[in-house]
Design a protein around this ligand. Structure first.
Ligand SMILES: [Zn+2]
Length: 541
């Protein structure tokens, strides 16, 4: 044994301190950190704290290069835009005007294409089915229709959500079903705007969510050509309004929806119907920051294994019933930030890995995965040689579970590794019970996945060693109803952090094995991300 101390060290699993995890979550979620809103004084405080912890843990700075030296942060310029006052929105049918109320029948987002005002007069409306163009699935809802100067009207989710059988994962949502994809495709098709028809089942959330997340201040990363991914007008309409609009144009909504579930579907103009919008936009650029710690690999420093978690939360907002206005974000995501710091310590104190390991603490997740989007669009370390990304968001601070999950569903080698290693910890993988909700597209790992990098978000299990599924589900319900995105997401003295400490051992094992191997885990052959990854295969030796 004395002859091979390294092998011994490599097989020894680090232990994670529950005291440190608790102290860090407590500090980050204390009222002094004001809910960690990006580009507020709380950002400076958060960065100072996390950087001091990463330094003490033994990490090196891995951020922006300044005069040949790495900083601890990556500057993230964000465009913030807001509709000034109440937008004037109308539909006209053969000259008869109906006024639409923002937030009621329609929710229009502040434009993200760089417009400082919107003046759309009588734009024609064209129903484009699910708005999907997927050559690898031989599917094209547009069939060459000209959408310039027109508003595309589109269904939410993907073409086989309702039938449950087809080329888009059946009930599970592919990226083609997500509204972000639909807007991007509308921009590629040259449409002036896009209105998504809200239906609760395929969207997986009600109109209140649509209203709350679309009628407030919008943020995006600063892009060279924002109009390439955003049409000027992006919004949602209620299903009832869509049914009326179709009817006035002599069309039946349900019949057209059925047609849209087939390859033969062709875009349909809503005859006699047009849309107008007029409002001013207040737009400015703010700068937030990702925090980046790193350990340089001993043999292949240019290859990277990444752990990520967002540091931001909702800041200070509307008061709850107790008058509390600070959205502390203890679980979401002080837990993930503490996990990142302690993971850094484990790597810094353990045997040096052959590949580099990056600890990326991103900003503006709550504003639409923007810190991770910015990093992926402006990577500090090449994405082609980033072997995998393990993201953590809202870990469970209670005791250990017998299972774990990931956000959404996906098929990739990285998940196979996680499942295999979990067995050695007596843990099993629980698949997403609601793959149609598209959770895979709603966490920071997705910014990497859509660019082909194997990436997943690990989630704590609910089958508790102490109390079984009943106790785990009760805690989930309590969190979802009383704390999630509310001021009551606060640190609790009763939290043991023993489950998190064990989950981090598992995540260390997966990341450390990958950092000491020459393997490049990939997506499954039928994954929508496989093609993108394979394009850079020559860069991976
Ligand atoms: Zn989160």
């Amino acid at each position: 044994m004395a002859a091979c101390p390294l092998a011994l060290a490599a097989s020894t699993k680090p232990t994670f301190s529950t005291e440190r995890l608790s102290a860090e979550v407590k500090a980050l979620s204390s009222d002094a950190f004001e809910g960690r809103g990006p580009a507020t004084p709380a950002e400076t405080k958060t960065i100072d704290y996390v950087v001091a912890q990463m330094k003490a843990a033994g990490l090196q700075p891995g951020g922006d290069l300044k005069e040949g030296k790495r900083a601890w942060t990556q500057a993230v310029p964000l465009r913030r835009s807001e509709i000034v006052g109440t937008p004037a929105l109308t539909l006209s049918h053969d000259g008869k005007i109906s006024v639409l109320t923002q937030g009621e029948q329609i929710s229009v987002r502040a434009p993200m294409d760089g417009s400082t005002s919107v003046a759309i007069a009588d734009a024609p409306l064209v129903f484009v089915g699910y708005g999907v163009k997927a050559p690898e699935r031989r599917w094209d809802d547009f069939k060459g229709v000209d959408l310039h100067g027109k508003i595309a009207v589109v269904l939410i989710n993907d073409p086989d959500f309702e039938t449950g059988k087809g080329d888009f994962g059946g009930k599970a949502m592919t990226y083609y079903g997500r509204w972000t994809y639909k807007y991007e495709e509308a921009a590629r098709q040259g449409a002036l705007g896009m209105l998504v028809i809200h239906e609760t089942a395929p969207a997986s959330y009600g109109w209140a969510t649509v209203k709350n997340s679309n009628t407030n201040t919008m943020f995006d990363i600063v892009r060279d050509n924002p109009a390439a991914v955003h049409p000027e007008l992006e919004g949602w309409i209620q299903r009832d309004l869509a049914v009326q609009m179709f009817k006035r144009a002599g069309l039946d909504f349900d019949t057209l929806k059925k047609q849209a579930q087939t390859r033969a579907f062709k875009p349909v103009t809503l005859k006699g119907e047009s849309f107008s919008a007029s409002f001013k936009v207040d737009s400015s650029v703010i700068t937030s920051h990702n925090i980046v710690g790193r350990i340089e690999g001993s043999k292949r420093p240019d290859e990277t294994v990444m752990y990520s978690a967002h540091w931001d939360h909702l800041g200070v907002g509307a008061p709850d019933a107790k008058g509390d206005r600070i959205y502390n974000g203890a679980v979401d995501n002080a837990t993930g930030t503490a996990a990142l710091i302690e993971m850094g310590r484990a790597f810094a104190q353990g045997p040096r890995p052959e590949r580099s390991v990056v600890f990326l603490n991103v900003t503006a997740e709550e504003k639409g995965l923007l810190g991770s989007e910015y990093y992926s669009a402006n990577p500090l370390y090449p994405l082609a040689t980033t072997a995998g990304v393990l993201n953590v968001d809202a870990l469970d601070p209670h005791g250990p579970a017998r299972n774990f999950n990931i956000s959404g569903s996906a098929k990739l080698g990285l998940l196979d590794d996680l499942i295999a290693d979990a067995k050695t910890y007596g843990m099993v993988y629980s698949a997403d019970p609601k793959p149609e909700a598209g959770h895979f597209f709603r966490s920071d790992h997705f910014s990497f996945a859509k660019r082909g990098v194997p990436a997943i978000s690990f989630g704590s299990g609910n089958d508790w060693v102490d109390g079984d599924l009943a106790a785990g589900r009760a805690a989930e319900d309590d969190y979802n109803t009383k704390r999630y995105h509310q001021p009551a997401d606060e640190w609790q003295a009763s939290w043991t952090f023993t489950g998190m400490a064990r989950d981090l051992q598992l995540l260390y094992t997966v990341g450390n094995d990958l950092a000491n191997s020459r393997a490049w885990p990939n997506w499954s052959a039928d994954s929508e991300f496989r093609g993108t990854r394979d394009k850079t295969a020559a860069e991976r030796k």
